[in-house]
Design a protein around this ligand. Structure first.
Ligand code: NDP
Length: 451
């Protein structure tokens, strides 16, 4: 289990202690920071500059936190208020980059954990992108298109003064898809009178990249495939359970099915479906992207499938491979143990921090394969980086060109994580390898740039 007790280095302990005092009410952020700090112990001990320059103390503190009021008018004429956030965590290796999440569970702790993870993820992609994240406690679910538009316009009216193509480039995340990005881009353009690549995940007609929609799910499967193959295994004929049914989950289903797997369960926040014949991603796409409906309506298309109310039970469905693609802390220790008891050989994270520390400890104790989110879901932001390149060049690359680059990047990330783990005496520990490989580049840039 990842606890403070497992960190012995006095410098790391003092940073963590200070962090806990200052951020006592931010459990998700503390969880993410502690997990990274633990992995960095051998790195900090091997190079005294990190302590001398207080790199760890600086990397856990965001460069800037912006919180703002987002007033908007609902269809009934009532004035609503939500809270907006943008955390600009680290710009050592490039402009801040990271998605916007619109979900009622959003608070500063959630945005800080996501922004912190983003620093290392973006570094792993090898592209020049710093770490940031933002969002709001606004819930797009059940809102009309007009309400979503008015909210997005109000959100961008404030956010626009803090972002820019060379400063901070937001993208989508939970609750922020093509519709929301379009409304926000339109408002940015109107206010700033400039057409730039200030957001990624844009529509194809106005600067979006082919394969960006598919990128996180496809990238997850490219990463998992590389890790499986490195361990003499593959997706072929494997039963796969995927949580969520949003952007990441849908395209993870498509790609792992192409790679020979069979997706037998998927979920949303209400419940999960089981179809032993394999869940058709096209039907899920229709339900979620077109109809914006609930996953249980899958049974209208495939009456032989089963629906179970409550999403946590999905991890009790026996499978070979688990791809958590919904949200943070969705697999706790008990769910991890249920997966392992049912013969699961690997958990590859599509969502950000979907496994609790107890779940990760259970994977490690059982010796199953584990791919941490900051490495395995980096395909989305990597392709956002490719969208930024295309916008700068004023060119659009073909789907195959972007997809091939994505595959190369994901295989490269796996190799970098595996090599870093081995170098620091933790062969096969891709979790530690991801934290170390992601950290080294950012820390080096911080050392060069001074205090
Ligand atoms: P979407 O909004 O498209 O889909 C989210 C899915 O997860 C929905 O099925 C949703 O169900 C479910 N979900 C959300 N919150 C909860 C919850 N609290 N409990 C149970 N289920 C929940 O989001 P994405 O697919 O974009 O994002 C999924 C995860 O992947 C997130 O952790 C995100 O940070 C991460 N990610 C996304 C990237 C991207 O490119 N989109 C890139 C990298 C990471 P419901 O519809 O019922 O709310």
């Amino acid at each position: 289990m990842l606890t403070t007790m497992s960190i012995k280095n006095a410098y790391l302990l003092s940073v963590l202690d200070d962090l806990k005092k200052k951020n006592a009410h931010e459990p998700e952020f503390l969880q993410a920071a502690e997990e990274v700090l633990e992995s960095l112990e051998p790195v900090v001990e091997a190079d005294p500059r990190y302590e001398a320059q207080n790199i760890i103390g600086r990397i856990v503190e965001p460069e800037r936190v912006i919180m703002f009021r987002v007033p908007w008018v609902d269809d009934g004429g009532k004035v609503q208020v939500n809270r907006g956030y943008r955390v600009q965590f680290n710009s050592a290796i490039g402009p801040y980059k990271g998605g916007l999440r619109f979900h009622p569970s959003v608070n500063l702790s959630v945005i800080k954990f996501l922004g912190f993870e983003q620093i290392f993820k973006n570094s792993l992609t090898t592209l020049p992108m710093g770490g940031g994240k933002g969002g709001s406690d606004f819930d797009p679910k059940g809102k009309s298109d007009s309400e979503v538009m008015r909210f997005c316009q109000s959100f961008m009216t404030e956010l626009q003064r803090h972002i820019g193509p060379d400063t901070d480039v937001p993208a989508g995340d939970i609750g922020v898809g093509a519709r929301e990005i379009g409304f926000m881009f339109g408002q940015y353009k109107k206010i700033r009178d400039e057409f730039t690549g200030v957001l990624t995940g844009k529509g194809l007609s106005y600067g979006g990249s082919l394969a960006r929609t598919e990128a996180t799910g496809f990238g997850l499967c490219y990463f998992a495939d590389a890790q499986l193959k490195d361990n003499g295994k593959s997706f072929q004929d494997k039963k796969v359970v995927i949580s969520g049914s949003g952007n990441v989950a849908i395209y993870a289903n498509q790609k792992c099915t192409q790679l020979g797997g069979r997706v037998i369960a998927m979920s949303d926040s209400n419940g999960y479906i089981v179809d032993e014949n394999g869940i058709d991603f096209k039907i899920v796409k229709e339900i979620k992207e077109v109809k914006r409906d609930r996953i249980k309506t899958y049974l209208n298309y495939v009456p032989s499938a089963k629906y179970v109310e409550g999403c946590a039970g999905i991890w009790t469905v026996p499978c070979d491979i688990a791809l958590p693609c919904a949200t943070q802390n969705e697999i706790d220790e008990n769910s991890a143990k249920a997966l392992i008891a049912n013969g699961c050989i690997g958990v590859f994270e599509g969502a950000n921090m979907p496994s609790t520390p107890g779940a990760i400890a259970a994977y490690q104790a059982a010796g199953i394969l584990f791919a941490p989110a900051k490495a395995s879901n980096a395909g989305g932001v990597a392709t956002s980086g490719l969208e930024m390149s295309q916008n700068s060049e004023r060119l659009s690359w073909s789907f195959d060109e972007v997809d091939a680059k994505l595959k190369g990047i994901m295989e490269g990330i796996y190799a970098a994580c595996a090599a870093a783990a081995e170098k620091y005496g933790m062969k096969g520990n891709i979790q530690a390898g991801a934290n170390i490989a992601g950290f080294l580049k950012v820390a080096d840039a911080m050392l060069w740039q001074g205090i």
